[in-house]
Design a protein around this ligand. Structure first.
Ligand code: TNX
Length: 488
C-alpha cells in the first residue's frame, strides 16, 4: 500500500507533499539528537527497532534522521521534513518532538507497529509537515473504580493513546464501588474498599500503592501525558464510607455496593471530619501529582442538598489551591462560585448549561465531554456486547461530526481548554474491553482536539481510520470494526 504524506491521525495542520522525494530507512540509519532531544530520540529508536530489526543508534554526530529543538515553535508544535537525504524533525520542546515522532511512525508501512522483524522496505513519503494543536488539553478518562486496571494495563493504554497525540489521562480513582489509590493517613480506604468483593458485581480487588501510582505518572510523563487524578465527591463516596463510617451523617457504615446505581451517597457538608478527610486526601494526592490539576468530581450529587453542595464545594476549592493545584470538576460544580482557575468539565447531553456559561463569564475554562459525542462507554450500536446506552448509541461518525466550540451557548473557542473522551467501566472487564470501546472513537475526539476545524473531513477521516486497522492488528490492539469505516 502506498502511503501519502497526509495519511495521519490527527490530521496535520499543513501538509506539502514532494512526490519526487522519499527516504528509506536501512540497517545503517542513525538518529541524531543533541542534549534535550536525546530522550525522544531514544524513544523513537525504541519504537522502530522491533519491526525493523535495525540498530538505529542515537548519536550526537551526523545522522540521516535528525531531531532538534527550535524554541521559536510552540511547546507541542513540530516540523517534519522528509527528503531523499533523510528526515529532519524540529520541535518547540521535547513534547513537540514526541508529537512529531507519532506522525513519523504513522508515515511508515503499517508493519512498523509489529513487535518482531518484518521483511518490508521502510520508505517514507517525501515532503514537509507543519503541525500544532488546536487545544492545549486533549484527554481520555479511564474509570478504575468500577473496574480496576493494573499498572501494566494502564501503561499499555497510555502507549496506544499517545499515538493520537493525547496529552492528558484522567484517572477516575474513587467511586461508590471502590477506592483505588492508597492514602497513608486513611489506610482503610484501600485496605477495605480496594479489596476483595469491590467493583461492579464484585468483579475485583485492586488499588495503586503510592509507588504504583508514581510509576504510572512517570510512564505517562515519558509519553508527554499528564495524569489528572480524580477523587469524586461529595457524591460517589460509598466506598469511602464503608471504610470510615464517621464520614456518614449517622456514623453507621453503609453496606458495600457493587451495583451500578448512582446518586445515593454523600459526604456530610456540615461535619468537620469531612474536611479533615478531604484535606488529607487532597494533600497526599497532590504530593503524588506533578501535573497542575486535581479533579474533585462533583457529579451526580443527588443525595446532597443544593445548599450543602455549594457549602462543600466552596470549602474544598481552597484546599486544592492550598496544595498548589488547580481544580477540575464535572460541570455540576459550576453551581458554586468558581475562581477563574477552576476548570469545568461539561458532560451532559443537553445543548445548554447556564452554570457552565456563568463559569466561563467569570473567566473559567471548559473541557468538553458531552456524553452523546465523547462517552466511550456508550454502545456503538444496539447489538454492542459492551457498554451502556443512556446517552444514545455512539458510532464513529457521530463522535467525529460535531464541534466543541459550537456545543454550548456562551462557551466558544476561547473558553475551551479542550476535549476529553471518558470511559466508564461498569461493563468492562479487561484491557481488551477498554481497547474495543476506545478504538476507533478516541481517534475522532483526538482529531477534534488537535486539528484545525477547517481541515476536518469525515470522508478523509474514515479512510485514514481504515488504514489504521492493520496498525492496531500488528500491535495486538483490539478495535471495533465499525461498519462506517471502509476497513481493508
Ligand atoms: C454518569 S457522567 C456518570 C458516571 C457513570 C456514567 C456511565 C458522570 C460525570 N457520571 O457515574 O459511570 O454516567 O455512563
Amino acid at each position: 500500500m502506498s502511503r501519502e504524506l497526509g495519511d495521519v491521525i490527527p490530521a496535520p495542520v499543513e501538509v506539502r507533499p514532494d512526490a519526487a522525494a522519499r527516504f528509506t530507512l536501512d540497517a545503517d540509519t542513525a538518529i541524531g539528537a543533541a542534549l534535550e532531544a536525546r530522550k525522544v530520540a531514544a524513544y523513537l529508536a525504541g519504537i522502530l527497532r522491533p519491526a525493523t530489526g535495525f540498530d538505529l543508534p542515537v548519536t550526537d554526530g551526523p545522522a540521516a534522521i535528525v531531531l532538534r529543538l527550535d524554541p521559536s515553535l510552540g511547546e507541542e508544535e513540530y516540523r517534519l521534513e522528509i527528503t531523499d537525504g533523510g528526515v529532519a524533525l524540529t520541535g518547540g520542546a521535547p513534547a513537540g518532538l514526541f508529537r512529531g515522532v507519532q506522525t513519523l511512525r504513522q508515515l511508515l508501512p503499517a508493519e512498523i507497529f509489529a513487535t518482531v522483524p518484518q521483511a518490508v522496505r521502510w520508505t517514507l513519503p517525501g515532503g514537509t509537515i507543519a503541525d500544532r494543536p488546536r487545544f492545549a488539553y486533549r484527554g481520555a478518562m479511564l474509570d478504575v473504580a468500577r473496574h480496576f486496571f493494573t499498572v501494566a494495563e494502564v501503561k499499555s493504554h497510555l502507549d496506544t493513546l499517545a499515538q493520537f497525540k493525547i496529552n492528558h489521562l484522567h484517572l477516575h480513582l474513587t467511586d461508590d464501588q471502590g477506592w483505588r489509590i492508597e492514602i497513608e493517613s486513611w489506610p482503610k480506604l484501600t485496605a477495605i474498599s480496594g479489596g476483595d468483593g469491590t467493583g461492579v458485581d464484585g468483579a475485583g480487588p485492586g488499588f495503586y500503592t503510592r509507588d504504583d501510582y508514581a510509576e504510572i505518572v512517570a510512564y505517562a510523563a515519558s509519553r508527554f501525558i499528564v495524569i489528572v487524578p480524580e477523587i469524586d465527591m461529595p457524591g460517589h463516596v460509598n466506598a469511602a464510607q464503608v471504610a470510615y463510617p464517621e464520614l456518614t451523617a449517622d456514623g453507621v457504615a453503609p453496606p458495600q455496593r457493587t451495583d451500578v446505581e448512582v446518586g445515593y451517597s454523600s459526604l456530610v457538608a456540615g461535619k468537620e471530619e469531612t474536611y479533615t478527610f478531604v484535606d488529607d486526601v487532597l494533600r497526599e494526592v497532590a504530593a503524588l501529582t506533578p501535573g497542575p490539576w486535581l479533579h474533585i468530581g462533583g457529579d451526580e450529587a443527588q443525595a446532597t442538598t443544593a445548599e450543602d453542595y455549594r457549602t462543600f464545594i466552596q470549602r474544598v476549592l481552597p484546599l486544592v489551591a492550598k496544595y498548589g493545584k488547580s481544580p477540575v470538576g464535572w460541570h455540576e460544580m459550576a453551581a458554586a462560585d468558581l475562581p477563574p482557575t477552576a476548570v469545568t468539565q461539561f458532560w451532559r447531553i443537553e445543548a445548554t448549561d447556564d452554570d457552565t456559561a456563568r463559569a466561563v463569564a467569570g473567566g473559567g475554562k471548559v473541557i468538553m465531554s458531552p456524553a452523546d459525542r465523547t462517552y466511550l462507554d456508550m454502545k456503538y450500536a444496539d447489538d454492542s456486547p459492551l457498554g451502556l446506552d443512556w446517552a444514545g448509541l455512539l458510532d464513529v461518525g457521530k463522535a467525529y461530526e460535531w464541534d466543541p466550540a459550537e456545543r454550548l451557548p456562551g462557551v466558544g473557542e476561547q473558553a475551551l481548554l479542550g476535549v476529553e473522551a471518558p470511559l466508564w467501566s461498569e461493563t468492562l472487564r479487561s484491557l481488551t474491553d477498554v481497547q474495543t470501546m476506545t478504538f476507533p472513537r478516541l481517534p475522532a475526539i483526538a482529531e477534534i482536539g488537535w486539528s484545525p476545524r477547517g481541515s476536518r473531513d469525515w470522508e478523509s477521516f474514515r479512510r485514514r481510520l481504515a488504514a489504521y486497522g492493520p496498525r492496531w492488528t500488528f500491535q495486538g490492539v483490539a478495535f471495533h470494526r465499525s461498519p462506517e469505516v471502509p476497513w481493508a
